[in-house]
Ligand binder design. Structure first.
Ligand code: FE2
Length: 204
């Protein structure tokens, strides 16, 4: 059975795997840690990003600097004609966009973000194709990881499968910025990563 995988950014057990349905879903409350100083948002390693992109839905995840309700503006043009909220008050946000059209590019921007990003929904129907990349044991923060991240950016696959050991040595919250969000920040804003649970994601 396929598994639903949730990345939780607290404590030692960063990855929680629960069998739920038939979809593989990475539900990672992103950390959209922007410091607003005099109205200027500082860059952060953790920014808005996409997860669990399907033909008709997608999750936009991020974390806000201050607790509040999360909102995403989105649409098939950069005008972002739609808005969706997550209905929770907090710093961690994950908004699911429903009713999307298959094989279509969507633009989005979360509340407070300075940049509009985009992703493409999965194609549907006979003859539709897609590309994907597979990576694993990536979470070292090394030059080799950055080199592969650059390659992934140039490939622009429709999705990325991660075979586990997302962050060494044991999936600590503090390691996710330098070993996941920073190396992949330009990728994950538009390409979903579907992870497996590695032994180093829960223990040394
Ligand atoms: Fe490994």
């Amino acid at each position: 059975m396929a598994k639903r995988v949730s990345l939780l950014w607290r404590g030692r057990r960063a990855l929680r795997v629960a069998a739920r349905g038939t979809n593989v879903a990475l539900e990672a409350p992103s950390v959209f840690a922007r410091s607003l100083v005099f109205g200027v948002a500082e860059p952060s390693a953790r920014d808005q990003y996409v997860q669990n992109v399907s033909a008709r839905s997608a999750v936009i995840a991020w974390m806000s600097e201050e607790p509040g309700a999360g909102f995403v503006q989105y649409g098939e043009t950069p005008e972002l004609e739609h808005e969706q909220g997550d209905g929770r008050i907090g710093k961690r946000h994950a908004v699911t966009l429903f009713g999307l059209r298959p094989g279509s590019r969507y633009y989005y921007r979360v509340a407070g973000a300075q940049k509009t990003a985009s992703f493409r929904t999965a194609p549907e129907g006979p003859g539709s194709g897609f590309t994907f990349a597979v990576v694993g044991d990536s979470g070292t923060g090394s030059k080799a990881q950055l080199a592969v991240a650059g390659l992934l950016e140039r490939m622009e696959p429709d999705l990325i499968l991660h075979t586990g050991d997302v962050v060494y040595p044991k999936g600590d919250d503090a390691d996710y910025d330098p070993k996941f969000f920073a190396p992949y920040r330009r990728i994950i804003e538009s390409v979903p990563i579907f992870p497996s649970l590695g032994n180093h994601d829960v223990d040394e």
